[in-house]
Design a protein around this ligand. Structure first.
Ligand code: ADP
Ligand code: MG
Length: 327
């Protein structure tokens, strides 16, 4: 996989830079389908800035609606209901994201797998519901990305096995961020930050200084474990605190190990930093979370220009080789 270089600014810089407020910086924040979406951009034209921020929110809502499996009439719900019987036609955009998901499965040796949903749908974190071991065992054969067949010409998806389901939750938010940044670029914006939950993309710099993105402490929402100065880059964090419930001291959360159908427990959060491709970073953070510290760091090492910050199950902090240690 070829990815271009992110521009990582030495961490020390972050401590020296003053934070100044300018009238030309425009900020907007909205809650879209349970996720906090934020945009900050530079423009001397207030009307253009407002249109640009509208475009970001509109793009977030559009992609969320398109990729969701929440409503039974959605395209992916139709795929999940019928693709084991026949090839189901979907929007070319869905095909594109599914293909990237499958590519990530191959790259990660199956740690990232959009068919995690074959078991994943049995969990309801809000209702504190988890499947029994027997139910997991029964659903587990459906977790296998090789059972998903994509026809790029006809824009259809077919499953080769009955109990297969897909869900783009591990990649769709990053995709939405990329599309939103594309809208900004089309409007001539050159300096912006777009964030959706754990996924952030930086367009340009913060006018003469880097953007500084904080990595939150997975057990303390108000605290950061580190700050990363970035420009023209993407950063994504996957954490066990986004959707979970606890029972008998075990945290049941939304990132599953495809091989077992259970929540991954080696780490509390995994952050990846790399080129301006949030779709890729989103999938990579989920992947590194599943792989854990040792395998996750080894995985990141073989990807050029991608760095990682991991908080393990004991709260210990790990940095990949390319990142300066915290000051
Ligand atoms: P979020 O930013 O929404 O918390 P993450 O990037 O951390 O998302 O990914 C978590 C989401 O990815 C889950 O909610 C689920 O939809 C999906 N998912 C869970 N386990 C896997 C997996 N092993 N491979 C691919 N996607 C997964
Ligand atoms: Mg992710």
């Amino acid at each position: 996989m070829r990815i271009s270089a992110p521009r990582l600014v030495p961490l020390l810089l972050a401590c020296l830079l003053p934070v100044g407020a300018h009238a030309e910086w425009h900020v907007r924040e909205e809650a879209i389908m349970g996720t906090r979406v934020a945009v900050e951009l530079w423009s001397e034209d207030a009307a253009l800035a407002s249109r640009a921020m509208d475009a970001v929110m509109e793009e977030m809502r559009r992609t969320d609606e398109l990729m969701s499996t929440y409503k039974p009439e959605s395209q992916l719900s139709q795929v999940n209901a019928h693709a084991h019987e026949r090839a189901v036609p979907v929007d070319p955009e869905i095909i594109k994201v599914v293909e990237r998901g499958l590519e990530m499965s191959r790259l990660s040796g199956g740690a990232f797998d959009i068919t995690y949903a074959s078991v994943g749908y049995l969990y309801d974190y809000r209702a504190h519901q988890k499947p029994s071991d027997a139910a997991i065992a029964e659903a587990l054969p459906g977790v296998d990305y090789r059972q998903v067949e994509v026809d790029r010409e006809k824009n259809t998806i077919r499953f080769l096995h009955k109990g297969v389901r897909v869900d783009l939750g591990g990649i769709a938010k990053g995709y939405a961020v990329d599309r939103a940044v594309e809208r900004l670029e089309a409007l001539g914006i050159t300096n912006a930050m777009v964030n959706a939950g754990g996924d952030t993309r930086l367009l340009g710099d913060r006018r003469g200084k880097p953007w500084v993105v904080g990595v939150r402490d997975p057990r303390n929402e108000g605290k950061l474990v580190t700050r990363v100065p970035l420009e023209d880059a993407a950063i994504s964090t996957s954490g066990d605190y986004e959707r979970y419930f606890e029972e008998d001291g075990v945290r049941y959360h939304h990132i599953l190990v495809p091989g077992t159908g259970k929540s991954a427990h080696e780490v509390r959060s995994a952050t990846v930093i790399g080129p301006p491709d949030s779709t890729l970073m989103d999938a990579l953070s989920t992947t590194v979370f599943v792989l854990g510290v040792e395998r996750g760091m080894a995985f990141v090492k073989q990807l050029e220009d991608v760095e990682a910050v991991i908080v393990d199950a004991q709260g210990r902090l790990y940095y990949s080789d390319g990142l300066a240690p915290p000051q």
